[in-house]
Write a protein that binds this ligand. Structure first.
Ligand code: MLT
Length: 201
């Protein structure tokens, strides 16, 4: 039986065995990051869900109380829902979770970080673009064997560099292989970092 997929999403088949999980930022949708995914890997399949929370009409992956202040109960629930969607999508579209790489931007990067910390085993690799600590884990998960590439903007006024650095430290302490980079940029992405991500994939 095909599992039920309860996120609005796009799935674009690829010609290799890799799948990119594309997680948009606040106000984005399931179409937004498809061109970025294609640019990063012309051969990968692309899976792109739409966040199920609306903030003044703008889709997000979880609720926040203010900029950078998260509703932690909602974050837990939404993290589990997205993790379960990923597992169901792997069955429905027949892709290998070990070959899945999450690529998240801003709010999408934050929920990817939350899945890494709360549901280890679902993501084996992640690119976190403009990410911050989603919540303080009481216990560190075992993330050995997980590859993570983090890109921050030195002039990002939404996500302070120290916060992204703390996330990198938490993920490293959990055993992940983390590579963190900071660019002369704000919250928007730069072409140089996308070139570096492409090389890292
Ligand atoms: C978040 O809410 O996840 C972060 O503040 C980034 C954003 O989406 O603005």
């Amino acid at each position: 039986m095909t599992p039920h997929l309860d996120f609005i999403h796009q799935f674009v088949p690829g010609s290799s065995d890799r799948t990119l999980l594309l997680l948009h930022g606040t106000g984005g949708n399931e179409h937004d990051l498809l061109p970025l995914g294609r640019e990063l890997d012309p051969a990968a399949a692309l899976l792109s869900p739409r966040g199920q929370v609306l903030e003044n009409g703008h889709p997000r992956f979880f609720r926040r109380l203010a900029e950078g202040v998260f509703d932690l109960e909602d974050l837990k629930r939404r993290t589990d829902e997205l993790a379960d969607f990923i597992l169901a999508a792997a069955q429905a579209y027949h892709f290998d979770l070990a070959k899945l790489i999450a690529v998240g931007y801003s709010n999408g990067a934050n929920i990817a970080a939350s899945i890494l910390l709360r549901r280890p085993g679902v993501l084996h690799a992640a690119v976190l673009l403009r990410a911050m600590v989603p919540f303080e884990p009481e216990e560190l998960p075992n993330l050995s064997g997980v590859r993570i590439w983090i890109g921050g903007g030195k002039q990002d006024t939404i996500i302070p560099r120290e916060n992204t650095e703390r996330l990198a430290n938490i993920l490293s302490a959990a055993g992940a292989d983390v590579s963190a980079h900071f660019f002369e940029a704000g919250h928007a992405l730069t072409s140089i970092e996308l070139v570096l991500v492409k090389r890292w994939l």
